[in-house]
Write a protein that binds this ligand. Structure first.
Ligand SMILES: Nc1ncnc2c1ncn2[C@@H]1O[C@H](COP(=O)(O)OP(=O)(O)O)[C@@H](O)[C@H]1O
Ligand SMILES: [Mg+2]
Length: 277
């Protein structure tokens, strides 16, 4: 069973035929790390909110772990399976002590207190923030606050984590902390990740990249496949990872490089092969 199954969905904010998500079919399997890219206004956040039952589709249907977001299952039940992390860490902190903040979602699920303490501790360990359990969230850095927000979602043991530009307001160190934390949760716990971003280098480390344009899926494939379509990516106003663009330009000038170059390391290997022949 797929974790997310979007069947031909469209969504309009004004109930007119003005669809900001337009005929999207998206099928995400367990354990996938899917980056969603697209320029401002392409529909990324709306798509995320549709997965999190903040909205329901105007047309078509979405199944999250088999549950129809327009069906009888309560929204909070679906949100236990698909947790969301937003851009601004300050808007996601609700308590004055870290461990209480992480416990907040659990408190509404009826988990016994003893069990809750264990879940909170484990979640804080997972995001490497256990030593801050008794700290005041407002004293933490942006990256640390985001990790607390992630712990609050992870404590509920979701199947999928939806991150909507979760690193956009962070400095480079905070960004690395978050991406590494989420990658680790994906690899070690098999949590499916929807990673919405406008940072190319973040998309490059996903298993799969979906590019949205005007509410439609414009490209969908492995990062190396998607970023080799340089002209198409530029057509929708996105940048290419620098090494992918360099590889594309060199290949257009008949330099015999291999495919799938995204990083400095990969470029170095390919150039070394060529130069040391
Ligand atoms: N609450 C809203 N009411 C009306 N229109 C909205 C609302 N939120 C977003 N939109 C419009 O929907 C389109 C998609 O927006 P959004 O999903 O936020 O895109 P992205 O996250 O890719 O920037 C944009 O044209 C935006 O102006
Ligand atoms: Mg957005």
């Amino acid at each position: 069973m797929p974790i997310i199954d979007m069947q031909n969905i469209s969504f309009s904010y004004d109930q007119e035929e003005n669809f900001v998500v337009d005929n999207v079919d998206l099928y995400v399997n367990k354990g996938e790390f899917v980056a969603v890219l697209g320029h401002n206004g392409s529909g990324k956040s709306t798509l995320a909110k549709l997965m999190n039952v903040l909205y329901t589709p105007t047309k078509g249907k979405i199944l999250i772990c088999g549950m129809d977001t327009k069906g009888d299952v309560e929204a909070w039940e679906i949100r236990k399976h698909a947790g969301m992390i937003f851009q601004n860490p300050d808007n996601q902190i609700v308590a004055t002590v870290v461990q209480e903040d992480v416990a907040f979602g659990l408190e509404n699920t009826g988990v016994p207190t003893d069990e809750m303490k264990i879940l909170v501790k484990d979640a804080l360990k997972d995001v490497n923030m256990l030593e801050f359990a008794k700290s005041a969230p407002h004293l933490l850095s942006g990256g640390q606050k985001q990790r607390i927000a992630i712990a609050g979602v992870i404590a509920m043991m979701p199947d999928v984590l939806i991150c909507d530009e979760a690193t956009a307001m962070l400095d480079p160190i905070g960004r690395k902390e978050i991406i590494n934390t989420v990658r680790k949760l994906n690899k070690e716990k098999g949590i499916t990740v929807i990673w919405i971003t406008h940072f190319m280098e973040e998309a490059a480390m996903a298993d799969r990249v979906v590019v949205l344009s005007e509410g439609k899926i414009f490209l969908d494939g492995k990062p190396s496949e998607v970023f080799s379509k340089v002209d198409k990516i530029k057509e929708v106003g996105l940048d290419i990872p620098p090494m992918a663009e360099l590889a594309y330009n060199l290949k257009s000038n008949n330099v015999q490089l291999g495919d799938n170059i995204l990083t400095v390391d990969e470029m170095f290997k390919e150039l070394s092969k060529l130069l040391c022949q």
